[in-house]
Design a protein around this ligand. Structure first.
Ligand SMILES: [Zn+2]
Length: 247
């Protein structure tokens, strides 16, 4: 449970993790203020956009049915972050209070408890006050690839906000872990237990040093080539000569 980071704190946290960050228009003041609470903050939610072109503008503006901002940052396929809001955003919607409790306590094993709620369901709680959201550019059809640079940026973005709030990796969930009618983020490359494992490792490392591709292990030492028969004969001759001199 924590008060929200300021825009300056969000920006600094993301850059400290080595991310390339773009500030879009009036993101520092662009929010859904007046349509519900913003805070206390409890975690970070990962999404896929389900579209690939014009996603930054779309997430800034939203549409008639779902006014923007639709997240805090868009993570593109190059792994660059586009900030569209630093306040309440329309991204999480309704979800399961049992999941929120598990995120707050960070007391689950591999996955939070299965969600049984969604936007408008009887037992749902509004997630928008409690989660930062990243919309990651991907069709979400399970075929559209997730480039390593993008996955790395997702890990670094989650790590940045966890580090700033002193949260662990279990404070980062996927939208599908929050709402039972959502499927994002989709694809084995962005399986949430895997991402949380990466975030845990990144949090244990110095800010900005964790990379998705581990450094190559040092090359093994070059083995000494076996001695040729000729060399061995020369050795024997030398030893014999030495013995002869001694005798
Ligand atoms: Zn989503």
């Amino acid at each position: 449970m924590a008060p929200p980071l300021t825009a300056a704190q969000i920006l600094a946290a993301l850059r400290a993790e080595g991310l390339t960050v773009h500030e879009v228009k009036s993101w520092r003041t662009h929010s859904r203020a007046g349509h519900g609470a913003w805070g206390p903050l409890n975690g970070v939610m990962m999404h896929h956009t389900a579209g690939v072109s014009g996603m930054v503008d779309y997430c800034y503006n939203g549409n008639t049915d779902l006014p923007g901002p639709l997240c805090h940052g868009v993570i593109d396929k190059k792994g660059e972050v586009w900030l569209v809001s630093s306040g309440r955003a329309n991204h999480a919607g309704g979800g399961d209070p049992a999941v929120l409790a598990a995120v707050v306590a960070e007391n689950y094993a591999v996955r939070p408890p299965a969600t049984h709620q969604h936007q408008g369901s009887a037992g749902a709680v509004d997630g928008n006050p409690h989660f930062y959201g990243f919309e990651c550019v991907n069709l979400g059809d399970g075929k559209d690839p997730w480039p390593a640079a993008q996955v790395q940026a997702m890990v670094r973005a989650g790590t940045a906000l966890c580090r700033a709030h002193k949260w662990g990796a279990k404070s980062v969930i996927g939208h599908k872990e929050w709402s039972d009618w959502k499927s994002d983020p989709a694809g084995p490359a962005v399986a949430m237990p895997t991402l949380r494992g990466y975030i845990k490792a990144a949090l244990a490392a110095k800010p900005g040093t964790w990379t998705l591709t581990p450094a190559k292990p040092p090359a093994p030492p070059t083995p000494t080539p076996p001695r040729t028969t000729e060399q061995r004969l020369t050795d024997i001759e030398k030893r014999l000569t030495a013995l002869e001199k001694k005798g």
